[in-house]
Design a protein around this ligand. Structure first.
Ligand SMILES: [Zn+2]
Length: 501
């Protein structure tokens, strides 16, 4: 039967979901900032097709059974794309009622549908309401893409500013779930693997992680390493590599000891290839506030003898990154809360410069994104987290500092509340694909570990790493598509723990 309703393909098909209060419109941070999450990933859904019209390519109206099947198949794509999710269809009169309930409504129920370019609408968890319009016909394609998109909202995703994302609101034409949306749903529910302890080793400060190795096909020959200082008065610095899904036995790094955790990064071997080795930087032990560094080219020669950086000092853990050459940053000595930085040029440290507008009581973090160097640091007075950045050129300036601001996404608030996270220690940062992941210990007595993603402009909501606790900040390092976190346990627990993203 030919449908009586006009309207197919009028206007740009779109969704009318409003992003949560406080999050102004679109988020370019494509991890579609979540607006809530279900406490469990086994969910039921129901579909009422009453009032809805879907036509096939010939203009013939699909039967109710076919429409239900079409929507159901679209919803189930989320369960295919993201394995922890189990979706089960139940009847519309099931008791208890389905977690997520989809139906077709007109302008009497949903005034947004007076605009016939609006195809659908949904509520965030734990409401579970999905609405499709009855004021115009759907094609099979528009029905499928609208159903996938609205289910994304019902699972907790807000809009993405990425036009290729299924969660982009003005392009309800995509027929599959893109990688960005998969990453987003994964980040909402299971971002970090369950924590694992390394009971044969311990530390009293933040560990540091970095990947390095010979140039290879697709970077697959690089290897992740972690370094940390010992526990219970043992200030020796230890090194372990991540191989085949576990960490190798710890090895002592000769003549390297610190009261604090070290910094670690890759550096160019300058052998005409993209091969890299490891460079480590640390504050001296005891009253020695000198900054020491050494390298491990990775060719079997091991770590070189430590050298000192002349004329500089710190009372905290330093930071390292690689942007055209090695770059270091550190806080000043004792009561000096200034943050200083210096690049290397051909293995020679250049004179330190103070970073304007940056102060901290703890060690900062460095990461590189889109050929810019980002510095993250904890404010010495109120424990908030801040950042500044600069381009790679010699004449580039550091930008004025900006505060780290993220939505709180705990179950208590249901999302939509903007906060400025605080920490009792310095943050950690690592570049993960096209974003920087930032992680930090909570403020004051809060031993929780929190994290968010940063795209150079905006931060995704703050999430807590399940079950993890620490008395110091964590360390972060990335290898290929994975980011690894390592941290010491809560107060009284010197065990090293780790997880991967
Ligand atoms: Zn939408």
């Amino acid at each position: 039967m030919v449908s009586p309703h006009p309207g197919v393909d009028i206007g740009t098909p779109r969704c009318s979901v409003t992003d949560p209060p406080g999050s102004s419109g679109l988020h370019p941070s494509t991890y579609g900032p979540p607006a809530g999450r279900w406490p469990d990933t086994t969910l039921t859904y129901s579909i009422s097709v009453s009032g809805g019209v879907v036509v096939d390519a010939s203009g013939n109206e699909l039967t109710a059974t076919a429409v239900r099947r079409l929507i159901s198949d679209a919803f189930e794509l989320w369960a295919d794309a993201w394995s922890p999710l189990t979706l089960t269809r139940v009847s519309t009169d099931a008791s208890p009622r389905a977690d997520i309930r989809a139906r077709f409504v007109g302008t009497d129920v949903e005034p947004d549908f007076a605009d016939t370019s609006v195809l659908g609408n949904a509520s965030f968890p734990p409401k579970g309401r999905i609405r499709f319009t009855t004021t115009r016909n759907f094609t099979e394609r528009s029905m499928r893409s609208t159903a996938i998109h609205e289910m994304g909202h019902a699972l907790g995703l807000t809009h993405s500013g990425d036009r290729t994302s299924m969660m982009y609101p003005w392009n309800l034409r995509l027929q599959t779930i893109d990688q960005d949306s998969r990453d987003a749903i994964n980040a909402v529910y299971v971002p970090w693997s369950p924590q694992e302890g390394l009971p044969d080793r311990g530390t009293e400060d933040r560990p540091a992680l970095a990947a390095a190795g010979p140039a290879g096909f697709g970077g697959s020959s690089r290897e992740l390493s972690a370094v940390w200082r010992g526990a219970s008065g043992d200030r020796t610095i230890y090194h372990s590599r991540y191989r085949g899904g576990s960490w190798t036995a710890q090895e002592r790094i000769p003549d390297a000891a610190s009261t604090h955790g070290p910094a670690l990064a890759q550096y160019s071997l300058r052998d005409g290839t993209a091969s890299t080795g490891l460079i480590m930087l640390w504050k001296g032990s005891g009253n020695d506030s000198t900054l020491w560094w050494n390298v491990n080219p990775g060719n079997g020669t091991g770590w070189t003898q430590p050298h000192r950086i002349p004329d500089v000092g710190t009372s905290a853990q330093p930071a390292l990154a690689y942007l055209e050459d090695t770059v270091a940053a550190w806080k000043g000595v004792d009561g000096d809360t200034g943050i200083y930085w210096a690049p290397q040029e051909g293995a020679i440290w250049q004179p330190q410069e103070r970073i304007p507008d940056a102060e901290s009581s703890h060690g900062p973090a460095l990461a590189v994104l889109n050929h810019r160097l980002y510095l993250f640091f904890r404010d010495p007075d109120d424990s908030t987290l801040w950042y500044t950045s600069r381009g790679a050129g010699r004449k580039q300036l550091w930008t004025p500092r900006r505060i780290v601001q993220a939505e709180d996404h705990s179950l208590d608030t249901g999302g939509g509340v903007w906060i400025t996270p605080g920490s009792s220690d310095g943050p950690a940062a690592a570049t993960h694909l096209d974003r920087i992941l930032l992680a930090w210990k909570g403020a004051g007595d809060d031993s929780g570990i929190y994290w968010c993603a940063f795209n150079g402009t905006e931060f995704s909501p703050q999430l807590r790493v399940d079950d993890a606790g620490t008395s110091k900040g964590p360390g972060l390092g990335s290898l290929d598509n994975w980011t690894y976190m390592m941290w010491k346990g809560v107060s009284g627990d010197n065990t090293l723990w780790w997880s991967q993203y």
